[in-house]
Each structure stands twice: as structure tokens, then as C-alpha cells.
Write a new protein. Structure first.
Length: 85
């Protein structure tokens, strides 16, 4: 649970995305209220979430998401077979 950490879009790109991609044991990730915005969600969806083999749940509540984030999530969900919630 990393909720309420004000990391914004820049905080999830780079090392965070690289580390999440390498971690094959994480099953649930809560990034609620982290001010990710559309750009932060795009970083996650274009990177580690697209092919993460074990992540079954992600929470992105309260991140000021708009239609662009929904599009990124839809494209990622079209290829990710593990994410369920």
C-alpha cells in the first residue's frame, strides 16, 4: 500500500516502473491518492502493468484521472492477462 504518497507522475516513472516490472511476487498494489494523473497512469500502463505476470489488483482511486487515463487502462487491459480488479 503506497496510498496518499504524493509522488505524482514523475514519481512512478523511471525506477519505480523498473522495480515493479522486476518484482514478480507483488499481487496487489494500492496507489490511491498519489496524484498520478493521466500521465502517471500512462507510465504504469505502457510499462510494468502491460505484462506483469502476477499483479491481480491495482487501486488508482482519487488520482484525478480523466478520459486519457481510461484509454491507457483499456489498452493495457486488452493485453494483460493477470490483472482482474
Amino acid at each position: 500500500i503506497l496510498s496518499s504518497n504524493i509522488c505524482d507522475a514523475e514519481g512512478v516513472e523511471g525506477e519505480f516502473c523498473a522495480g515493479l516490472a522486476k518484482n514478480k511476487s507483488v499481487k496487489s498494489l494500492c496507489l490511491a491518492a498519489c496524484r498520478l494523473g493521466n500521465k502517471g497512469v500512462a507510465h504504469l500502463c505502457d510499462g510494468p502493468l502491460k505484462s506483469h505476470p502476477t499483479l491481480g489488483h491495482i487501486s488508482l482511486q482519487y488520482n484525478r484521472l480523466e478520459a486519457a487515463a481510461a484509454k491507457s487502462l483499456a489498452q493495457m487491459l486488452a493485453v494483460n492477462q493477470a490483472l482482474r480488479f
